[in-house]
Write a protein that binds this ligand. Sequence first.
Ligand code: GRF
Length: 200
Amino acid sequence: MKKLGILVSGRGSNMMAIINACEQGAISAEVELVISNNKDSLALVLAQEKNIETAYLGSSTHPDLEALDNAMNEALIAHDIDLVLLAGYMKKIGPKMLASFKGRIINIHPSLLPRHGGQGMYGLNVHRAVIDAGDKETGVTIHLVDGEYDKGAILAQKAVAVAADDTPESLAARVLKVEHVLFAETIQKIIDGSIILPGV
Ligand code: GRF
């Protein structure tokens, strides 16, 4: 059974979609470890309620970036993690982790990259940018993580139409529903070999 490590910063709805899909057998894997850089992250509480091991590792526990990178890397290796999923994780991944888990770190982003990605493009900022740009279509992107925000190889995308009366909030809610489905589907396709991870 593949072992998943999930990095989170906030409410954890994508993390829960993955946990639920594993429990239901829709993903042939188990979530072994959840790491958050935010000790108040709701995702930590939700994971603990599911008896999943959690770790709070961030700038408060490890002010030195290299030490934080080492600590996260060691925790994932200690749990024999096969795939690392970023589910609303707001920090860059360090070089140690990028090397240890090359080609096996996957992020979800709520737009059709490369549009509306990069530093500062998270949460409602993304959907506001889509509406401000007058885009008629947005969507969800699942991609490999490299050292830059939202730049790695794209593994899956699904479009979501933008309605004329959409607000950033209404668009975010519709896109989030697609995120939960696409993330679980894509992780299962990686595990069953339908999607081959480049460079692994
Ligand atoms: C999601 O929109 C995800 O695409 C982005 O951050 C948000 C996290 O939401 N990376 P949640 O914590 O999974 O609910």
